[in-house]
Design a protein around this ligand. Structure first.
Ligand code: COS
Length: 395
């Protein structure tokens, strides 16, 4: 299905009927399949393998990847719409979907050889296996060009050693897109990308990261001890890794904006319903200005986030033909949508009062889940640096 634009009809921006259909299909799936299990998986921290498998069958794990490589062949806006609906039901599923699509599949689709696409993209885009992305290290987060892990060329393979942290889907991934140093002297120009098979000797899982939110998405450290990666599994050229990591993060940040939008919408809808039915002092609480103004601010920020995120998706879509970067649009969408998610989730707890703090409702989960969207794939501070540098012409 070729859907590339938001159609403008009447006085408002409206989705095309194809996009509406994709949104509807994702919404029904998310509400029927994910909502009923979300609280249980949040509590146990167990990876929701069954629903993720179903998401693969629905085509949600490789939405923008061409059908010949196992994907659904849809456009960037379709991805945003589906991911928002999944995240509205449960942000953990949103993380799993986002990493698989925007960080792993997108990178191989863009930079991979035909052989790499056949081996590493098809199984993951089709949802039969899970992919992950590994840039961060214990001493290298925002300053991503300073990593300590190393890959040294030895014959027809690289020998990789080091420790990477905060790998979303790391414990369940069949393959991982890894960024490591091949030439530390060159700093970010010495970073190279590799496709790692997790069932090979020299690869092991480290500690599981204990987390405040997105608890059903598995996150861990990964360890390399003389892991041999064939030269054929290097993604792009030596020294191209940092540029690949950054370009892929541009796509990833639209994914996180969509996830944040979903969390914000869930928090808002719960608050709206509660404000309509909960009574205090003989009136529905929505009739008090203290509550209704909160709802008005939530709604307005959500709409602004939605438009920024759709705009970023359209910029990403057109970049597929023009090659033009959409870094600015992606960073603005992520910055605003993630801060909106935290704002809305916090206000939702406040509107619900004691019930907002209780585990009987999902509102406290939205509050815990929202925070990560301001941190991973570039903190809000990093997004402000990216946006300001762009505007000041400081590249
Ligand atoms: N697309 C393509 N290339 C990019 C790029 C992008 N979005 N962003 C930066 N680059 C390129 C630059 O053009 C530059 O290339 P040259 O040296 O060839 O000119 C190179 O990358 C280095 O860029 P820069 O000098 O801006 O690098 P900095 O070290 O100052 O870092 C930030 C830039 C801070 C923006 C980057 O390190 C960053 O995004 N950090 C956050 C990392 C992150 O999101 N981590 C979370 C991982 S997933 S949980």
């Amino acid at each position: 299905m070729a859907v590339t634009e938001i159609s403008i009809s009447g006085p408002t921006l409206e989705l095309s009927s194809e996009h509406e259909m994709i949104q509807q299909v994702a919404r029904e799936f998310a509400q029927n399949e994910i909502v009923p299990i979300a609280a249980e998986h949040d509590e146990s921290g167990e990876f929701p393998i069954e629903t993720v498998r179903k998401m693969g069958e629905m085509g949600f794990m490789g939405i923008e990847i061409p059908e010949q490589y196992g994907g659904a062949g849809l456009d960037a806006l379709s991805y945003v719409l589906a991911l928002t609906e999944i995240s509205k039901a449960d942000a953990s599923h949103g993380t799993i979907m986002s990493v698989n699509n925007s960080l792993y599949c997108n990178a191989i689709d863009r930079f991979g050889t035909e052989r790499q696409k056949g081996k590493f993209l098809v199984p993951v885009a089709s949802g039969k296996a899970i992919g992950a992305y590994s840039l961060t290290e214990p001493m290298s987060g925002s300053d991503a060009g300073t990593m300590r892990s190393r890959a040294v060329l030895d014959g027809d393979s690289y020998v990789i050693n080091g420790r990477k942290s905060w790998v979303s889907s790391g414990p369940v991934a069949k393959s991982i897109l890894l960024f490591t140093m091949t030439d530390p002297e060159k700093r970010h120009h010495g970073v190279t990308a590799f496709l790692i098979e997790t069932d090979q000797p020299g690869f092991s899982l480290g500690k599981t990261e204990p987390k405040l939110g997105i608890r059903a998405s598995a996150t861990c450290e990964i360890l390399f001890e003389d892991y041999r990666c064939p030269v054929d599994n290097r993604l792009g050229e030596e020294g191209q890794g940092f540029m690949i990591a950054m370009q892929v993060l541009d796509a990833g940040r639209i994914g996180i904006a969509s996830q944040a939008l979903g969390i914000a919408q869930a928090a808002y809808l719960a608050s709206l319903e509660y404000a309509r039915k909960r009574e205090a002092f003989g009136r529905k609480i929505g009739e008090f200005q203290g509550i209704s103004f909160k709802l008005a601010d939530m709604k307005t920020r959500i709409e602004a986030s939605r438009l920024l995120t759709y705009q970023a998706a359209l910029a990403k879509q057109s970049s597929k033909a023009t090659g033009k970067r959409y870094t600015l649009q992606a960073s603005m969408a992520k910055l605003f949508a993630s801060e909106t998610a935290s704002y809305c989730a916090s206000e939702a707890v406040q509107i619900h009062g004691g019930m907002g703090y209780s585990k009987e409702l999902p509102v406290e989960r939205y509050y815990r889940d929202a925070k990560i969207t301001e941190i991973y794939e570039g903190t809000s501070e990093i997004q402000r640096i990216v946006i300001a540098r762009h505007e000041l012409g400081l590249h």
